[in-house]
Design a binder for this molecule. Structure first.
Ligand SMILES: Nc1ncnc2c1ncn2[C@@H]1O[C@H](COP(=O)(O)OP(=O)(O)OP(=O)(O)O)[C@@H](O)[C@H]1O
Ligand SMILES: [Mg+2]
Length: 196
């Protein structure tokens, strides 16, 4: 297991090549001792032992802004797109989201030649379902070993420009509290046009 990473919103880690089921069980128990998380995901994880890598995200902050519910709802829509890290499992009580592991952050050194086309396709797909990300930073664009790009972390995403996403959570007619980042200019804003 990689050391848990403390983000602004969540604690995340991933597990490589899950083959040892009992080791996995002890990892999760040590990470989240309280409650009966293990009982709930026990049978699910058994099915996934043997798959390559799984990414765990425990949402711990910004509770008042319903980041967990927002991210889970948007994932249910975006799971149809191949550039979206498939959401495999969610556990509401612990605000746990389990995704397919999709690679490492995009940089100049791992940038595929068709990066602009791939990002434009992602932006077009988002437009087609009226979803905005609003928070694309360097770490949110991932690249796998085959040069495929993914976009993750929709905790501050909106639908039809509304942070309540039409599901009655926080954010109706409200601005994003930590500053809006526009999706449209992302290639220039992050300097990705200079990577190639
Ligand atoms: N499915 C995934 N596969 C591989 N890496 C991922 C995946 N999802 C997220 N990551 C990596 O983990 C980092 C943290 O995840 P995420 O951005 O979802 O959490 P966060 O708490 O919102 O972080 P921050 O507040 O720092 O943006 C991401 O920036 C990304 O680099
Ligand atoms: Mg993030």
């Amino acid at each position: 297991m990689n050391r848990p990473n403390q983000g602004a919103t969540s604690e995340t880690f991933h597990i490589n090549c899950v083959t040892d089921y009992s080791e996995l069980k002890s990892i999760i128990n040590s990470f989240e001792r309280t409650g009966n998380l293990w009982n709930n995901i026990d049978s699910w994880l058994k099915e996934y032992t043997g798959i390559d890598r799984i990414f765990f995200k425990f949402i711990k902050h910004f509770d008042n802004y319903h980041v967990y519910k927002r991210e889970k709802h948007i994932a249910s829509i975006l799971n149809r797109f191949s550039w979206f890290p498939t959401l495999l499992y969610n556990y509401d009580k612990k605000k746990l989201l389990i995704y397919k592991y999709c690679g490492i952050p995009l940089t100049k050194n791992n940038c595929p030649k068709d990066v602009i086309e791939q990002i434009n396709k992602i932006l077009n797909d988002l437009d087609s379902v009226n979803i905005q990300h609003n928070d694309i930073k360097n770490g949110e664009l991932l690249v796998d070993k085959n040069g495929k790009i993914y976009l993750c972390d929709f905790g501050w995403g909106s639908i039809n420009k509304q942070l309540d996403c039409g599901i009655g959570i926080w954010g109706h007619n409200k601005p994003k509290p930590c500053g809006q980042l526009s999706d449209k200019n992302v290639i220039k804003r992050l300097g990705i046009d200079k990577y190639i």
